[in-house]
Design a protein around this ligand. Structure first.
Ligand code: C2E
Ligand code: MG
Ligand code: MG
Length: 561
């Protein structure tokens, strides 16, 4: 404790500002046990004391005072580079004033009538300690880009602020949709200026009373604000004003909301629920806000269960690989030539879980790497078995998640698997979803080139679903184009989709790259695709994904013909 109260044999100094003598005396009696005290009876006197001497370690400040009130003192200190570092504790009996002063820059409150002296002293000590940890605090208090608080500071403030606010509050998570595209299309400077503007608009429109906000990660903001019935109009206004001042006219926001007054839930958990609600409307057109709901809660619990169980699922082989055949359709009859490996999870208690439920979840937290490595190895073992049994090599394409693209061991891992089963790299085809291109084009180009140098053939999955399909074609050398299923679904209903399929097949022909159409369910689709010159077809029309033994039966039939 001594360390806190004395520097080089000199006591630290605390400025006590209150217009009532009795308060000054009361506080002085408490604080002077440990600190040297200086007194001022109004804001002006305080500023005079501070102007000659900035070596104060703390200011204890009353708010309502004649001549110059406490708010003005806070304002002046905040405007002064040398005084800004001196922490201010506000002494007040008025709740609304507390919140306002915190927003202005005070760090804590002591409510009148005064608490137990030990508590007051302990608070002063803690605040001084915190402020002397200057290097951390001053550099991390504000996020330079948005001007809002940083995450750490936000939660530290929140803890104090929440104790003093009685009005019902909400936790909001606000996200800019596909922000990385803004950076990509218009440059980082435009991206930064949008973040700055978002920070300003949040302060103006959501934190106007009793609220604080921070930027938690690149384009995600947390806001603690007074409850509203409907956040849609205010989020719409922020969105409209952001669009007005920017080159990205289609900029879209989404916000998730959670009731902060839920006392059983920690502040961090409240915001993580708000974020979960926010993530839920990702990609849902027209939806700007979503409240965390019971259903979402159950989903979160379900997801946590999946995360907890995946490791054992791999070990216990609850995870299996299905194979969906692909047929060459341009000859006399369709011929089974290759397959796609698709993972399946049969959970001992929850039953069959759809990849749609766990793949995006595991992509989000990186666990997909474990799943993918398992699937690649299984697929390689299966290619080997087929070759040994039937004397044919059926290349299998395996999905390579966007997360794997960032895995520095990706190429080595694939090469090792190929080696272990004495296969050639062309037998195991990495299938990469087109949207990975907009995540990080440079990285994808680099990885694709490296894989191709090693002899792998790259299949571009979901082609046409992303924003940069054509861009991508000119910058990435690929070996197979897999048309997005949506086009096939719509091609017989909608002329435009039909034209697009035709166009993609033409482009692919020009690039001398075969096209796979997936999701083909009807004969009419098959015929249309054949007429356009599409090479390969995958879909329920021929076969759904099959367990390995059923796939083998198909293969046996095919090659005994
Ligand atoms: P994808 O790679 O585009 O796989 C094609 C999906 O379409 C598969 O769904 C397949 O069962 C389904 N499908 C095939 N033919 C038809 C059809 O005629 N009609 C319809 N409606 N659907 C058809 P599945 O197996 O549910 O997988 C969904 C997605 O999950 C896959 O899309 C892929 O992105 C991902 N996925 C599956 N297995 C893996 C894996 O092992 N690793 C990774 N990273 N992702 C995987
Ligand atoms: Mg695929
Ligand atoms: Mg696909």
């Amino acid at each position: 404790m001594k360390k806190l109260m004395e520097t080089g044999g000199m006591k630290r100094r605390v400025l006590i500002v209150d217009d009532e003598q009795i308060n000054r005396e009361l506080l002085g009696a408490i604080v002077s046990q440990s600190y040297e005290t200086v007194y001022a009876s109004n804001g002006e006197e305080a500023m005079n004391a501070l102007s000659g001497d900035t070596s104060f370690s703390l200011i204890l400040l009353d708010l309502l005072m004649p001549v110059m009130n406490g708010f003005e003192v806070i304002e002046r200190c905040q405007a002064d580079d040398r005084l800004r570092r001196v922490p201010i504790i506000v002494m007040t009996s008025e709740k609304s004033a507390e919140a306002r002063s915190i927003r202005m820059g005070a760090v804590d409150f002591i409510t009148k009538p005064y608490d137990v002296p030990e508590v007051i002293l302990a608070r002063c000590e803690r605040i001084i300690e915190m402020s002397e940890d200057k290097s951390i605090i001053s550099s991390t208090e504000r996020d330079k880009v948005s001007g809002l608080y940083t995450r750490g500071y936000f939660f530290a403030y929140l803890q104090r602020l929440a104790e003093h606010i009685e009005a019902p509050m909400d936790a909001l998570a606000l996200d800019i949709d596909r922000f990385h595209l803004i950076n990509e299309l218009f440059g980082r400077q435009e991206g930064d200026s949008i973040l700055k503007r978002t920070g300003e608009l949040i302060s103006e429109l959501l934190c106007e009373s009793d609220g604080i906000a921070c930027r938690v990660e690149s384009d995600v903001f947390f806001i603690f604000c007074k409850r509203r019935d409907d956040y849609e109009p205010v989020v719409a206004e922020i969105q409209a004003r952001l669009r007005e001042g920017s080159r990205s006219r289609n900029l879209r926001l989404r916000a998730g909301i959670y009731n902060f007054s839920d006392i059983d839930t920690s502040a961090e958990a409240c915001f993580s629920r708000a974020k979960a609600a926010c993530d839920r409307i990702r990609g849902r057109f027209g939806a700007l806000t979503e409240r965390y709901s019971r259903e979402l809660h159950e989903r979160t619990v379900f997801h946590e269960r999946l995360i907890g169980d995946i490791h054992d699922a791999v070990k216990n082989r609850d995870l299996t690989v299905y194979y969906q055949p692909k047929y060459k359709i341009l000859g006399d009859r369709p011929v089974l030539t290759s397959a796609e490996a698709l993972v399946r999870w049969n959970h001992p208690e929850l039953g069959f879980i759809s990849p749609g439920d766990f793949i995006p979840l595991f992509e989000h937290n990186g666990l997909i790497r474990e799943v993918d490595r398992f699937v690649w190895r299984e697929a390689a073992a299966h290619i080997r078995r087929c070759r040994d049994r039937y004397g044919v090599t059926i290349p299998v394409s395996v999905n390579v998640s966007r997360v794997d693209i960032f895995d520095p061991e990706l190429e080595d891992k694939l090469a090792e698997i190929i080696d272990d089963f004495s296969l050639s790299p062309a037998d195991l085809m990495p299938e990469i979803t087109e949207s990975a291109y907009s995540d990080n084009a440079d990285r994808l180009i680099e990885v694709v080139n490296r894989l191709r140098d090693k002899g792998f053939k790259i299949e571009m999955d979901d082609f046409g679903s992303g924003y940069s399909s054509l861009n991508m074609l000119t910058s990435i050398p690929i070996d197979v184009l897999k048309l997005d299923m949506q086009f096939i679904r719509n091609m017989l209903i909608d002329e435009k989709s039909m034209r697009l399929v035709e166009l993609v097949i033409d482009i692919a022909r020009y690039l001398e790259v075969p096209v796979v159409a997936e999701g083909v369910e009807e004969e009419a689709q098959l015929n249309a695709l054949r007429d356009m010159g599409c090479d390969i077809v995958q879909g329920y029309y021929f076969s759904p994904p099959l367990p390995a033994d059923r796939f083998d039966e198909l293969l046996e039939k095919e090659y005994q013909k």
